[in-house]
Design a protein around this ligand. Structure first.
Ligand SMILES: [Zn+2]
Ligand SMILES: [Zn+2]
Length: 345
């Protein structure tokens, strides 16, 4: 089979590798669509580690091609979306339903072959944890491939306790910021304030229903949030860019007892200066979220099916052979979600 292999920062290649055999407890998925996430770009840029020689990518959907012995959760021919986390199932965190925090976690696309391959081997630990999510076969696999980012954003907004009627500031209008927007709208947010320096992305945010989408280099974010919240600040702020100044902006625009979520990873060695008195006297919740527990994946898979606007996040569809170009395009901020599509073999 063909796969896009990560070797080192700046070096990914589409190559022929052996199609895996299916052992007991495992499932072989024939990939139909894979989407590229900014985490993959961070690996490509050398800002996040992954094993050299793995098929990169962790967002995928496909059809079950074969199941090993003792697998009853999925059947051949079924469309599934893949949660890339392989939890141990037995550690402190797994036993509490926090598989994303597993102490022995491995992840497809990082330590084991992932999404950018014609077939994905789902290991036993992934299958037994319910990390292959069956979906209606009528769903576009490109949409099904986005269960992972939707699960991450859903977990992010719920961690920040978004309530119907609540106000949200989202810093960064890349795909993850926009997915937060779609879900926040669905959850009943009354005002969603978005910020990004790229005009094209602001326009998409407006089209998708942002209350206001501003360029922070032209208008002060704090002033805009203040105006829309009668000077109180937003209930929560999602920082969906890997930038310390964006985290500082998030803290500045959030109301007392509000939540600030550092959703995007930052370059290693980044430092944030915070006045602890502001956290103390304003009773702020400064947090982070990374990926999502299994439970959020199941609900994200259902949620995607009632959010037809998700389609607007897909700005191009390319074959696997073009996958290496996606990395440089995303670094240049061209387009939003690029889907790699796989023809039937
Ligand atoms: Zn992702
Ligand atoms: Zn574990």
């Amino acid at each position: 089979m063909k796969a896009c292999i990560f070797y080192e920062a700046g070096n990914v290649k589409v190559e022929e590798i052996p199609t895996p055999d299916v052992l007991d407890g495992q499932v072989l998925v024939k990939t139909q669509a894979a989407s590229i996430c900014y985490s993959d770009i961070r690996v490509f840029r050398g800002l996040k580690s992954a094993s050299s020689g793995v098929a990169i990518g962790h967002e995928a959907a496909g059809v079950v091609a074969a199941v090993g012995k003792n697998v009853s959760s999925v059947t051949p021919g079924q469309l599934v979306s893949v949660c890339p986390i392989i939890p141990c199932g037995g550690c402190y965190f797994c036993l509490r339903g926090l598989q994303n925090r597993c102490e022995h976690r491995q992840t497809l696309g990082y330590q084991q072959n992932g999404a950018l391959a014609e077939y994905i081997l789902a290991p036993e630990g992934l299958v037994s944890m319910g990390h292959l999510l069956p979906l209606d076969n009528s769903i576009d696999p490109a949409i099904a491939a986005m269960v992972e980012p939707f699960a991450c954003a859903l977990y992010s907004l719920e961690t920040c306790k978004l309530k119907p009627g609540g106000t949200v500031t989202i810093i960064g209008c890349g795909p993850m910021g926009l997915i937060h927007l779609l879900i926040a709208k669905q959850m009943g947010a009354s005002k969603i304030i978005m910020s990004d320096p790229v005009e094209e992305r602001l326009q998409i945010a407006r089209d998708l229903g942002a209350t206001v989408a501003i360029n922070p280099n032209e208008i002060g974010l704090k002033e805009v949030v203040g105006e829309l919240t009668r000077g109180i600040g937003s209930d929560l702020s999602i920082v969906s860019v890997g930038d310390v100044s964006a985290v500082e902006d998030g803290i500045r625009v959030t109301r007392k007892q509000g939540y600030i979520n550092i959703f995007g990873g930052l370059p290693p060695g980044s430092e944030l200066t915070v006045d602890p008195n502001q956290i103390h006297y304003d009773e702020l919740f400064l947090t982070g979220t990374q990926n999502a527990p299994t439970e959020h994946y199941s609900r994200a898979a259902a949620l995607l099916q009632v959010l037809p606007e998700t389609e607007k996040l897909i700005t191009s569809r390319v074959p696997l052979v073009n996958a290496p170009d996606i990395f440089t395009q995303r670094i240049a901020l061209q387009g939003l979600k690029t889907i790699v599509e796989f023809p039937e073999i």
